[in-house]
Design a protein. Structure first.
Length: 151
């Protein structure tokens, strides 16, 4: 499905090992060849994942020759991931694979304490990030809702 796989993430949440290395180790254990991995180990947020990740990809291949990407990430943050890509890597076709590790369907997010907290955190983050120009609205989708002047 892909020639190369970018894995991006620094040492966050008090972890000593960058997230990219933890994920890469698991991917290799699952049979992904280490030779196709492009590791970016400095990113501290989603914008960094895209900006620093794209820079790391450019070190190994021609980014102008890339016409599509598949973003894999947490279900509760997928819209923000897509909006970040739209802002910092425009002009490519993006597919998404949302990982839901909460044990119930996305439509029932409100029934799980942590799932609900994460969705609501995203609901409040996105308008702020749009205002700061970290994100861009998605073509073909309604603008992100802003309630009660929360921008």
């Amino acid at each position: 499905m892909f020639e190369r796989l970018l894995v991006s993430g620094g040492a966050t949440a008090g972890q000593a090992t960058p997230e990219a290395l933890v994920i890469a180790e698991r991917l290799i254990a699952l049979g992904i060849p280490a030779s196709i991995l492009i590791l970016e180990c400095e990113a501290m947020n989603t914008g960094d994942n895209v900006i620093l990740g794209r820079r790391k990809v450019a070190e190994q291949m021609d980014v102008n020759g890339i016409d599509s990407v598949l973003v894999i990430g947490k279900v509760c943050a997928m819209r923000r991931y897509l909006m970040t890509l739209a802002r910092h890597w425009p002009g490519i076709t993006v597919s998404a694979c949302a990982i839901n590790y909460f044990g119930l369907p996305f439509e029932r997010w409100h029934e799980h304490d942590e799932f609900r907290a994460r969705v609501l955190a995203e609901f409040h983050k996105i308008p702020q990030y749009l205002q700061q120009d970290f994100l861009r609205e998605l073509d073909g989708h309604a603008p992100y809702p802003v309630l009660g002047g929360a921008a």
